[in-house]
Design a protein around this ligand. Structure first.
Ligand SMILES: Nc1ncnc2c1ncn2[C@@H]1O[C@H](COP(=O)(O)OP(=O)(O)OP(=O)(O)O)[C@@H](O)[C@H]1O
Ligand SMILES: [Mg+2]
Length: 258
């Protein structure tokens, strides 16, 4: 399976101001199951916009998002639904990705039911247990009936990953998914993500401004600035031998790179 952004652009035009915002310009990117792709770049460089384009939450102004050569914009309803299941989002928790009034089992269970991934409540609960265990929340029964506020930040992030995994995605688009977490908690969540890559073969499009994290987990790195992808390549090449001056700047400004 191959997920691609092909020469994709997104321009926001507000009615008031005459100046359009070129949030993403001619970006081309590839992501595959089993691969950890990172997108790095300063604030406002278009990372989240590219993520939303990949997630089919925004329509491109130009270019296309394709899955195995099929353009998402021209898929029929059934295909598009399948697309939205195989490409899942894990976003930063404080943005309110979890409903405060729903217990963990309900939050995960309802997406399982919605997508027809289990029949009946016993089967759904079984699947909820399975995915909670996959993200290291064991015993699952201890977490099922908790509300989001009864979990730590790291646990909430694991629940979001479990909810995504419940739909058997091939690729997870994670936008600043661990950025708000303390170092040790962050390491734990990253370990879970790496483990899911190995065990389930899921791939990631991982968006962050945290270069030490990228150095630790990424296979392939894309560098964005002002809506454009400046360079990309295998992680080791980007870190050892960046070709773009901006990438060199980013690396020089990053803390704690060995
Ligand atoms: N819905 C929108 N309407 C108008 N402009 C937008 C919209 N969404 C994003 N933008 C603009 O597009 C540009 C890219 O924003 P985006 O959120 O993609 O950047 P980012 O790289 O994710 O930044 P950050 O690291 O701060 O999250 C910014 O100038 C932003 O203000
Ligand atoms: Mg962003």
């Amino acid at each position: 399976m191959l997920l691609e952004a092909i020469d994709v652009s997104k321009t926001f035009r507000s009615r008031r101001s005459s100046a359009p915002v070129h949030a993403v310009q001619n970006a081309t990117l590839q992501a595959r199951p089993g691969e950890f792709v990172a997108i790095v770049g300063e604030s406002g460089s278009g990372k989240s916009t590219l993520a939303r384009l990949l997630l089919d939450l925004l329509d491109p102004s130009e270019g296309s998002i394709q899955l195995d050569g099929r353009e998402v914009g021209s898929m029929d309803r059934t295909e598009r639904r399948a697309y939205r299941r195989s490409v899942q989002a894990v976003l930063q928790d404080p943005a309110g990705s979890l409903n405060p009034r729903k217990r963990v089992a309900q939050a995960i269970g309802e997406v399982i039911r919605l997508h027809g991934m289990a029949r009946g409540s016993a089967e759904t609960r079984h699947r909820v247990t399975e995915v909670l265990e996959l993200v290291g929340m064991e015993p699952a029964a201890a977490f099922m009936d908790r509300f989001p506020h009864e979990l730590s930040g790291g646990q909430r992030q694991r629940v979001l990953i479990a909810r995504a995994i419940a739909l058997d995605p091939r690729i997870i688009v994670a936008d600043e998914a661990v950025s708000a977490l303390d170092a040790s908690v962050k390491a734990g969540v990253l370990a879970v993500m790496a483990d899911l890559k190995d065990r389930l073969g899921v791939g990631y499009v991982f968006i962050t401004h945290d270069l030490p994290v990228v150095q630790k987990v990424a296979d392939h790195v894309y560098v964005m600035r002002h809506g454009r992808i400046l360079e990309h390549g295998p992680k080791d090449e980007i870190f050892a031998n960046p070709s773009h001056p901006y990438t060199r700047e980013l690396l020089a400004a990053s803390p704690a790179l060995p």
